[in-house]
Structures are given as structure tokens and as C-alpha cells.
Design a protein around this ligand. Structure first.
Ligand SMILES: Cc1ncc(COP(=O)(O)O)c(C=O)c1O
Length: 415
């Protein structure tokens, strides 16, 4: 490996996976002023910036309530606890997600039931949800993975048939829409993360719950603040999971830019799609009647690790989302129910690669990423010939093909 190229990157400066310094540079005067304002008031816990952000973000999502909390994980756990989930319950979620989705379920004492995703959308496959339902099932927890809305119509249909609650994990889908409704407004409640690298990110950990449910909102407001509405009076045994006033001040500056930043992400995705067409890799698809916001631009390919190394040698950072499905994590050696077959979750983990994606990338950088990926395939012919063709390990990837997964005997229903 050429070390000089690794550090500098062939043909220019390194290309970061996400570059938050550029985002700050765009908004520095407004962010500095907002932070200064909070510091001068000395109001750090909850406070006026939190109230203002909650009102703005609820309006943005099209929900009645927004409750600012400390993280996306807390948002999910507070929703599930607020809905009364507990030890005897099961919650159905996809096996390919960030571990927080499952951890939130486990925190309530309930059991995560992991199902496979659709190979085209990467989102929970509604056809796999039905066989996962038992008498203990209380909720379905779809994740709008990578910024693409899950098939909420089908999920809601199944949920109403079986009397189940649906909660959205919208931690990667700020501003995404499904049939003109924003993610966050598509179920009983939704959780958002404002982890710094998200489409809408704070300068530290932060999150929010959005919902139309007055009682749930009230329970979560109590639960995030020691069970207290009035200082030193505690109506419930709550915890401490508040959104900081400082973080809310920063989010208030950034929220008005979210749609423009998402447009930019979509333009970058389109450039990638055009530039990477006709290579032996699978590109993310756009769903009908939904707006993908490309929190991540995830491709699927053979020789994933060799491609990542090649890009690194050209100064280009990549990521993997996710290298290990939940049921194969040591943390879930026990304590979850993997509903097999988990064909795609298991097969894709070795083939997924996330390319640099953030709204402050220049088109020159996008072109450099495209050229480097194309160069890999131009220069790595022998390498590719030595591996199995992409179609053979990814049987029904291609757009328009159906993705039927054969169901082994005995797993067709758990009810
Ligand atoms: C799908 C998903 N769910 C939940 C979370 C948890 O959010 P946080 O990191 O703010 O706790 C994340 C964040 O990375 C996520 O991507």
C-alpha cells in the first residue's frame, strides 16, 4: 500500500465520510450567537430554547407533540416504557439496524424479535413480520434505515389486523416523507436522534420523541425529568433524560436548513447513481411515493473490503452499516429471538459499503469518489474474476425482480 497516497489521497485532500466542520463553518455566526445567548442567561436545563425547538420540530414533523430528550436510544426506550411494554412482551424489529433499536426494547424488559429486511429497500420486510407475531407480540418497530421510509402502509395494515402498536425508529430519517407525510408522523410515536452526524445533528448527544398521543406525551415529559412537573414534586418515578438548552439552541439554528441539506444529499445520491451505473454493484433504490433523505448512501458489492481499502488508499473514508446483524452481536447471544431465515441480514453484512455522504461535499469530491470506485473496477479485473459474480450471492437484488425468501418448514408462524 502506498502510505503517502493513503494520507493525502490520490488527486486531492482526504474525503471525509461526514465533515461537520464545514457545517459549522456555514452557520458559525448564528451558532455562536445562539450558544452565547444561552451561556449569558445561565439557563441550561430544559429552558426556552428547548420549548422553541419542541414546537418547531413538532410542526416540522406534523405531530402534536415533540419532547426533547437526551438521545435517540432514550427516545425509543421512553416511548416503549410509556406505552407500558414490559417483561412478557415481544417487539418485532429488523435484524439489520443500529443496536439501539434492540436495546430500547430490552431496557423495558421486553424481548426483541428480529426479522429480515427487504433486499431492495433494506427496511423491515412486512412479509416477514406476520410469521413473527405471537400472543406476546405488542409492537412493531420499523426503522427508516439509511433515510428511506419503511413500508408503513403494509406495517400499519398488519398492526391493525393483530391489534399491535407501531413505533417508528426515525433516527436516520429527519425530513424523509412517505405519501407526503413526514417520518415521525406515520405511527403512534417516533424516536429521533440528533447525534452530530445525523441529517439534523446537535453538538453532542440529543434526541426527541414526536407523537399525537396526549397521554403518552405527558408520561414521557414526566419520565424524562424525574417524574416531575413542578420542582420537588414527583408524580412518577422518572429518570433524567432531558434535552440540554444549549443543544436545543444549536438545533434551532440548524432546523431551517434541514430541507435544503436533504435536497443536497439527494443531488449527491443522484450523481453517485449516474456515475456508478453499470458497475457490478447494487445501488440504493428510490421508493415510490416516498422521499429518501440519504442519511447514508449504501452500496452492495463483492470484494467489499478490497474496495474499501482501495478507497482508503485514495484518501476516501467509507463506513459499514452494519457489519454484524443484531442477533450475531455478543450482546445478544441471548435475550433476543432471531426469526430465521435471516437470509439478507446475514448475507449482506459482508457486502455493504457506505460511501461518503453529507450535504457539504463538493461535486468535485463526489466525482473523485466515483472515479476511485470506477478505477477499482477498471483496475481490479483479476480480483473480481477471482470472486463470485455479484448476482450469485445477491440473488434477487436487481430492481424489478421479486425477492421471495423460501421459508423453512416450521417457521411459518409463531402465533
Ligand atoms: C437506527 C437508529 N436507532 C437509534 C439510534 C440511537 O440514537 P442515539 O445515538 O442518539 O442514542 C441511532 C443512532 O445512531 C440509529 O441510527
Amino acid at each position: 500500500m502506498n502510505v503517502a497516497r493513503t494520507q493525502q489521497g490520490a488527486g486531492g485532500d482526504p474525503i471525509a465520510f461526514v465533515d461537520l466542520r464545514r457545517q459549522y463553518a456555514e452557520l458559525a455566526p448564528a451558532i455562536d450567537a445562539a450558544v452565547g445567548r444561552v451561556l449569558q442567561t445561565g439557563a441550561f436545563i430544559l429552558g426556552d430554547e428547548v420549548a422553541r425547538f419542541e414546537a418547531s420540530f413538532a410542526a416540522y414533523c406534523g405531530t402534536k407533540h415533540c419532547i426533547g430528550v437526551a438521545s435517540g436510544l432514550d427516545a425509543l426506550a421512553l416511548i416503549l416504557k410509556g406505552l407500558g411494554l414490559g417483561a412478557d412482551d415481544e417487539v418485532i424489529l429488523p435484524a439489520n439496524t443500529f443496536i439501539a433499536t434492540a436495546l430500547a426494547v430490552s431496557q423495558t424488559g421486553a424481548t426483541p424479535v428480529l426479522v429480515d429486511h427487504d433486499p431492495h429497500t433494506y427496511n423491515i420486510d412486512p412479509a416477514r413480520v406476520r410469521p413473527a407475531i405471537t400472543r406476546r407480540t405488542r409492537a412493531i418497530l420499523p426503522v427508516h434505515l439509511y433515510g428511506r421510509p419503511a413500508d408503513m402502509l403494509q406495517i400499519q395494515r398488519i398492526a391493525s389486523e393483530y391489534g399491535l402498536i407501531v413505533v417508528e425508529d426515525a433516527c436516520q430519517a429527519h425530513g424523509a416523507t412517505s405519501r407526503d407525510h413526514r417520518c415521525g408522523s406515520l405511527a403512534r410515536a417516533a424516536a429521533f436522534s440528533f447525534y452530530p452526524g445525523k441529517n439534523l445533528g446537535a453538538a453532542g448527544d440529543a434526541g426527541a420523541v414526536v407523537t399525537d398521543d396526549d397521554e403518552l406525551a405527558d408520561r414521557i415529559r414526566l419520565a424524562r425529568n424525574y417524574g416531575s412537573r413542578v420542582k420537588y414534586r414527583h408524580d412518577a418515578q422518572g429518570g433524567n433524560s432531558r434535552l440540554d438548552n444549549l443543544q436545543a439552541a444549536i438545533l434551532n439554528v440548524k432546523l431551517p436548513h434541514l430541507d435544503r441539506w436533504n435536497d443536497r444529499r439527494r443531488a449527491i445520491a443522484q450523481a453517485y447513481r449516474t456515475g456508478l451505473a453499470k458497475l457490478p454493484l447494487v445501488l440504493p433504490e428510490e421508493g415510490p411515493e416516498s422521499r429518501h433523505v440519504y442519511h447514508l448512501f449504501v452500496i452492495r458489492c463483492e470484494a467489499r473490503d478490497a474496495l474499501a481499502t482501495h478507497l482508503k488508499d485514495h484518501g476516501i473514508d467509507t463506513g459499514i452499516h452494519y457489519p454484524v446483524p443484531i442477533h450475531r452481536q455478543p450482546a445478544y447471544a441471548t435475550g433476543c429471538i432471531p426469526l430465521r431465515p435471516l437470509t439478507y441480514s446475514e448475507m449482506f453484512a459482508d457486502h455493504l459499503l457506505s460511501l461518503p455522504m453529507h450535504p457539504h461535499m463538493t461535486m468535485r469530491e463526489v466525482d473523485r469518489v466515483i472515479a476511485a470506485v470506477r478505477g477499482f473496477y477498471g483496475a481490479a479485473g483479476t480480483l473480481r474474476e477471482a470472486t463470485v459474480p455479484v448476482e450469485s450471492v445477491t440473488p434477487s437484488f436487481r430492481s424489478g425482480e421479486s425477492a421471495e425468501v423460501a421459508e423453512p418448514a416450521g417457521t411459518s408462524t409463531r402465533r
